[in-house]
Design a protein around this ligand. Structure first.
Ligand SMILES: [Mn+2]
Length: 378
């Protein structure tokens, strides 16, 4: 017997579509799920909780459904509970409805909240109740925590009570099953194992495991699952466990420290910050650079993509205007800048006008000449 009573695997999103290497990435995503199942087997987990979005789509491929069934069959001693999410709601064309699931799998349906009762290992004094309900469609505007009479579940404190659901905690206007802080406080669950948010997040009221397998830069950093145990007295303790796999990493390079902003020079700086491997990188080029100099993102990506497939370069630099050069122009713009530069010189002598105000006037004037000044500029 291991010391893990339960695992939470949320937002797996199997059968996602990937922009690059779709087939390979889908296989890799499945391989990550397989590793999670192996972790459940090795730690002898009694429960595997899946709070929705196991599949990315309502009707995943037969191949993927069969794959998931095979994985669940590998851990017959683990009770698996699934509360379908907004990507894989409980509908009549969903595998949750039509597929034959192994005996150790229980799927919460969409009509009303159900309570799954089980007893854990002998040493635990309290029995366990897992409350769950499925999303019935891609959008759920009314909280699933309350029934059709607007009542919250009433819990028996003689049990350890866990909520398993896919929804949006503390976002009142969410269309993905909004769950209020007050409702969670009133219910008093020992653990709310939620799905929907794609990064690990843990508060005294709820826990999101996040995605185990990242699919984009919005799913950056370490990704994984949650493991937990229930103490002899019935309290729930849980912790995040990264699952080995790819990561999406964002990092910055300051172009101000580079003499030339050529792709070759920038690549030298970028390579100091990244290491070849399985991770995906987004590099943000920051800093103020002379006006007219351009960061050629595609050229940098081309040079690096052999060792770093899918690398993204983002140009966040701000051009610094060379006012002395413009002041020599024989144009309205030139006259404008000449006048302001002479004002600026007077400012430094007499300090009658705010120096910053003159600098702002020059910047705004340049925008007006470029036609890029908008009403919201202050
Ligand atoms: Mn999701």
């Amino acid at each position: 017997m291991g010391n893990i009573d339960f695992m939470i695997c949320a937002d797996m999103h199997l059968d996602s579509t990937f922009a690059i290497d779709n087939e390979l990435r889908r296989e890799e995503q499945k391989f990550t799920f397989e590793k999670i199942i192996d972790m459940a087997a090795e730690s002898d987990a009694e429960l595997l909780l899946i709070p929705g979005d196991l599949f990315d789509v309502r009707n995943p491929s037969e191949e993927t459904v069969n794959f998931v069934i095979r994985q669940f069959e590998k851990i017959p001693n683990t009770q698996i509970l699934i509360a379908p999410g907004n990507h894989d709601p409980y509908t009549t064309d969903s595998p949750y409805f039509y597929a034959e699931w192994p005996e150790n799998v229980y799927v919460f349906k969409a009509d009303t909240m159900k309570c799954f009762e089980t007893s854990l290992r002998d040493s635990c004094q309290k029995k366990l109740r897992v409350y769950g309900i499925a999303n019935a469609g891609h959008f759920t505007r009314k909280t699933l925590l309350r029934d059709s009479n607007n009542n919250l579940p009433v819990l028996d404190a003689g049990y350890t009570n866990i909520l398993l659901m896919h929804g949006d905690a503390e976002v009142a206007k969410s269309v993905y099953n909004p769950i209020t802080t007050q409702d969670l406080k009133t219910c008093g669950f020992d653990l709310c194992a939620l799905g929907h948010r794609h990064r690990y997040e843990s508060t005294p009221l709820y826990t999101y495991a996040g995605v185990p397998y990242p699919r984009g830069f919005d799913e950056w950093g370490e990704c994984g699952i949650i493991e937990g145990t229930i103490t002899d007295g019935g309290a729930v303790i849980c912790w995040f466990v990264p699952v080995e796999g790819r990561r999406y990493i964002e990092t910055e390079v300051n172009a101000e420290e580079i003499d030339d902003c050529s792709p070759e020079e920038l690549c030298i700086e970028i390579l100091k910050k990244i290491t070849p491997g399985r991770d995906f990188y987004k590099i943000k080029i920051e800093g103020r650079i002379p006006e007219g100099k351009k960061i050629n993102c595609s050229a940098i990506e081309m040079r690096l993509s052999e060792d770093f497939p899918g690398i993204k370069i983002e140009d966040n630099t701000v051009p610094v205007t060379d006012y002395n050069l413009i002041s020599r122009e024989n144009s309205l713009r030139g006259i404008f800048i000449r006048k302001l530069l002479s004002m600026q010189r007077e400012v430094s002598r007499e300090k009658v006008i705010d120096k910053q105000a003159v600098a702002d006037a020059m910047a705004l004037g340049m925008k007006a000449f470029d036609g890029t000044l908008t009403a919201s500029d202050d």
